[in-house]
Design a protein around this ligand. Structure first.
Ligand code: ADP
Length: 323
């Protein structure tokens, strides 16, 4: 391998820039040439590719978003589109790819690597933390902290008005942000897709009148078809318990932004450097993760479409501490 291409794809996440910087600098340090591919797989198909030197990634470690931009690319999901992508890669002299993205992006990488003889290395970049084989993903810690910040503010107004708030957070079909966001913000309950029993808990909690000692209540709801979202619960409670003053806040895309936390910057830096180590060692078609503070190589087939379990003790902690 002489020249690597790097791209960010799918949903953006804070820390992607720190990862771009790490991959670029580690590659140059190891004598490799680096090309930045813009707008995810779309840039590979349209040939939006530019050589990256060390200074192209200066002063970006602290920035949210991704300087390479990100996009969803329908064409790459077809064999014809991937052929064009491969031809462009060859034309640019790129002989390995580093893909920073979520489940969908790594699925694309797995398929591409199967069809063409191209070493692909994935980095887990998503606020949802839903990739198997890594303790956390790039962006997750920042999003969690953004949620805390928002919920702390909602708590002030909820307490002043003695209201019940349903706060919807992101996470696709994973409840990591909702559950850990609830624990960290001292919320009363979390509704997550993994454990439907939480809905029973909510019922019980509402029937008990939210305990007399509390003058505000916050329930964090994971966005997901499986939970139905915060609106759904708010409507139900409003209909059945008109005595409660219910409000809904959907945090939305603000969870995707912001300067990455120290945790995410360090994670992205380690993973980015490890991606280049992996390429130098001749690894291919693996996602780089960190488990128990050690870098691990996770085959794509294992990292994707493999449900990452939520620790049951976290559910118990929330329940015990919100009495
Ligand atoms: P994320 O990486 O955040 O999960 P998406 O699911 O939107 O985001 O995937 C990002 C991109 O990855 C898609 O727009 C597409 O180009 C590519 N991709 C996703 N799934 C596949 C697939 N099955 N085959 C080929 N490419 C795919």
């Amino acid at each position: 391998v002489k020249c690597i291409g790097i791209l960010t794809s799918g949903g953006d996440a804070p820390g992607m820039n720190a990862a771009i910087r790490a991959v670029t600098r580690a590659a140059i340090y190891n004598g490799l040439q680096v090309k930045g591919i813009y707008r995810g797989y779309r840039g590979l198909v349209t040939g939006e590719i530019k050589e990256f030197k060390s200074q192209n990634v200066s002063n970006i470690i602290q920035l949210g978003g991704t300087i390479l931009k990100t996009a969803r690319c329908q064409e790459f999901t077809t064999p014809e589109g991937r052929q064009i992508a491969y031809d462009n890669m060859k034309k640019e002299g790129i002989d390995a790819l580093v893909i920073i993205g979520g489940d969908g992006s790594l699925t694309g990488a797995r398929i591409f690597a199967q069809e063409f003889d191209v070493p692909c290395i994935g980095l887990p970049g998503t606020i949802d933390n839903d990739l198997y084989g890594t303790d956390t993903t790039i962006g997750y810690d920042t999003a969690l902290n953004t949620i805390l910040d928002a919920v702390d503010k909602i708590r002030d107004t909820a307490t002043s008005h003695e209201r019940l708030f349903f706060v919807e957070v992101m996470g696709r079909d994973a409840g990591f942000l909702a559950l850990n966001g609830a624990i960290a913000s001292g919320a009363e309950a979390a509704i997550i897709p993994e454990f439907s029993t939480e809905v029973d808990q909510l019922e019980e909690f509402i029937k008990n009148g939210f305990r007399k000692s509390k003058n505000s209540s916050i329930v964090i709801v994971a966005e997901s078809e499986l939970t139905g979202g915060a609106m759904h619960f708010a409507e139900r409670v409003k209909n059945e318990y008109p005595q409660y003053d219910v409000r809904v806040t959907i945090l939305g895309h603000l969870q995707r932004g912001g300067s990455p936390t120290a945790h995410d910057r360090i994670l992205a830096s380690r993973l980015g450097a490890a991606a280049i180590d992996a390429i130098m060692e001749g690894q291919r078609n693996v996602m780089i993760g960190i488990e128990h503070d050690e870098v691990v190589y996770v085959p794509f087939t294992k990292a994707i479409k493999n449900d990452k379990p939520i620790k049951k003790d976290l559910v118990n902690v929330l329940r015990e501490l919100s009495i």
